[in-house]
Design a protein around this ligand. Structure first.
Ligand code: GDP
Ligand code: MN
Length: 399
């Protein structure tokens, strides 16, 4: 789960990382008011979206008066900010963070990531801050400093000093740098983060080390241990299809194609998507209904898939072990009776209670296309979709 910059800064600040003075605003008037409260004569107004690259995209503006702040915010609020990380649809701006501007002498890149090869937390730093890490590794790979943290002993001071020296940090600033590194590392491990990125970490003209930007991502499976982090979730920044699914306890990833998939088990979902592609179609989503799915849950999954306006055919592929084919079939029938489904629905069932499941589908009298194997199911789904397309049946209204 991602959080906003201002939230990441508040967290890091609690772990001893220095951040600029700042305040959050939900409207242009509030932003101008916040700036007056902060004092000074230069502020940075920063759009809060779950994506980096805001600076280049016009989401970070230096202002020198409250009138200017107001004007900048009039443009920012409500816009869809498109950065190289958001995709073409962009992310909505509903909050801005106003900060006292900081006079920058140097910009450093600092990141904490999980390195799967060493199975350790890895610190990645570079004296080329301000640039994205992808660009740094492409253009100045020699500038990147890496350090792996041994979990049994944690991040040691000597490692931090080594990083500071490699970055060419003044002797007087080594101690604050050590504090910054250790603070960010503690935040990472204690809160089950999967990524902490401070880009840029700046050295100011008056020789202070400050996190000018901050990004944190958390392990969704560990959120139950950190309710105060789970609360920071901002649904306005998520794919609406995915947040609806998360609210219903379904594992869902939205994709760009038009064959909706309802499957049990992540492995089977992957195989189903592959088979759809092999049959010449494109999956619209990845949806894992999990084990022991009740008819209600299956019906929910149906409604979710149908709420995606790109879906023009649905493929249900269940290999029931813990699941029961009869429950899945009941769920399919229930959904088709409740929701106005006017796209072809292909169902392939195998495993526990498959005969009962087939009977329920057959008896329902609903136009469900049945298939025995996954190949057959994928071909039928793609075939039915093509056929609809050629007949000009494309869009549908879903209640
Ligand atoms: P990002 O583009 O989404 O990564 O947003 P950042 O928070 O990193 O801001 C982009 C750039 O704006 C930074 O790399 C800085 O160069 C500049 N910037 C941000 N805050 C300040 C500030 O307080 N003072 C100055 N002078 N520049 C700033
Ligand atoms: Mn940044």
């Amino acid at each position: 789960m991602d959080i906003h910059e201002y939230q990441a800064k508040e967290i890091l600040s609690g772990f001893g990382v220095a951040v600029p003075d700042g305040a959050l605003a939900y409207s242009p008037e509030q932003a101008a008011y916040r700036a007056r409260e902060l004092g000074g004569d230069r502020w940075v107004v920063k759009a809060q979206v779950h994506a980096g690259g805001r600076g280049k995209a016009g989401g970070v503006k230096v202002c020198t008066s409250d009138i200017e702040i107001n004007d900048v915010c009039e443009d920012l609020f409500g816009m869809k900010l498109v950065t190289h990380q958001t995709g073409p649809e962009g992310k909505g701006v509903y909050r801005v963070y106003v900060e006292a501007a900081v006079p920058i002498a140097r910009e450093i890149y600092l990141g904490f990531v999980l390195d799967r090869t060493t199975q350790r937390v890895m610190i990645v730093a570079s004296a080329e801050g301000g640039m994205e890490i992808e660009d740094i590794s492409a253009e100045r790979p020699d500038s990147i400093v890496r350090a792996v943290v041994e979990p049994a002993v944690g991040l040691r001071e000597f490692q931090c000093r080594q990083i500071a020296f490699k970055l060419g940090i003044d002797a007087a600033l080594v101690q604050p740098m050590v504090r910054t590194l250790q603070g960010a590392y503690r935040a990472f491990t204690e809160l089950d983060a999967t990524m902490v990125e401070i880009n840029p970490l700046v050295i100011t003209e008056d020789n202070r080390i400050i996190a000018l930007d901050a990004k944190m991502t958390f392990d969704g499976n560990a959120l139950f241990r950190h309710p105060q982090i789970a609360e920071l979730r901002d649904k306005s920044q998520e794919d609406p299809r995915e947040s609806r699914a998360a609210d219903r306890g379904l594992s869902y990833v939205g994709l760009d194609g038009n064959i909706g998939c309802i499957v049990n088990g992540a492995g089977l979902a992957m195989a189903t998507m592959d088979t759809i592609k092999l049959a010449g179609g494109e999956p619209a989503n990845f949806l894992d209904i999990g084990g022991g799915a009740t008819p209600e849950r299956v019906a929910k999954a149906f409604r979710l898939v149908l709420s995606d306006r790109n879906v023009q055919a649905i493929l249900v592929n269940i290999f029931a072990g813990i699941n029961r084919c009869d429950w899945v079939a009941e769920g399919v029938v229930q959904a088709l009776r409740e929701v106005d489904v006017d796209v072809p629905v292909v169902v392939r069932l195998a495993g526990t209670n498959v005969e009962e499941g087939q009977k329920i589908l057959a008896k329902s009298g609903l136009p469900i296309i049945r298939a025995k194997t996954l190949n057959e199911a994928a071909e039928r789904a793609v075939g039915a979709w093509r056929n609809d397309l050629s007949q000009g049946v494309r869009m549908r209204a879903v209640s």
